[in-house]
Write a protein that binds this ligand. Structure first.
Ligand SMILES: [Zn+2]
Length: 184
């Protein structure tokens, strides 16, 4: 019996994919990301084991991460939408539906095939999630941490005011540094 739609709301699945995108963009920003480290991020975000990544896969994913970072770096919703629209035009295939041979509910894909290479899959699944987030929320899907020593990307899924930092840790560190500068 195929899984019911209750197990798999669209919003939940889009947010989970977007979280995976942010985590991968950050892990792939390392100087030389290890395939094993990237595989661990994928497993932590629900990709089924066993999972084999080559150095070429990681290089292709890294190229995709550089493009995806531009969406997070966009200053406002219009800019995020326009950057993402370019990515959809240049980097993804046509929309298609897949149920992965009946193992999941029908859902849209922008990669060419269920067995598409990792780099293509990463860019396409990320573009799909970020597109739906902009559509659903009419605001930028995330941002880049304002801490110069961090620059991690983050998602803004809550409804709160605009965020500048990826984490409480970065916000505190920068606040302390600003205090020190003011007193000096
Ligand atoms: Zn940060």
């Amino acid at each position: 019996m195929p899984p019911s739609h209750d197990d798999w709301s669209t919003r939940h699945s889009v947010q989970a994919t977007a979280r995976r995108t942010a985590a991968l963009v950050n892990s792939l920003a390392e100087e030389r990301p290890e395939p094993a480290a990237i595989a661990e991020v994928l497993l932590a975000h629900g990709e089924p084991a066993p999972l084999e990544l080559s150095a070429e896969d990681v290089a292709a994913m890294r190229a995709a991460a550089v493009r995806l970072r531009e969406v997070f770096a966009a200053a406002d919703t219009d800019r995020a939408a326009s950057v993402l629209d370019s990515l959809l035009r240049e980097g993804t295939g046509r929309i298609r539906l897949s149920s992965h041979d009946g193992t999941s509910p029908w859902h849209p894909h922008l990669d060419s095939d269920d067995d598409a290479p990792w780099g293509e899959w990463f860019l396409a699944s990320s573009c799909m999630a970020l597109t739906v987030l902009i559509w659903d929320r009419q605001r930028p899907p995330g941002g880049v941490c304002a801490s110069p020593s961090c620059r991690a990307v983050f998602l803004t899924l809550g409804s709160g005011s605009e965020r500048r930092y990826c984490s409480r840790r970065c916000a505190t560190r920068e606040r302390v540094a600003a205090h020190r500068r003011a007193r000096a």
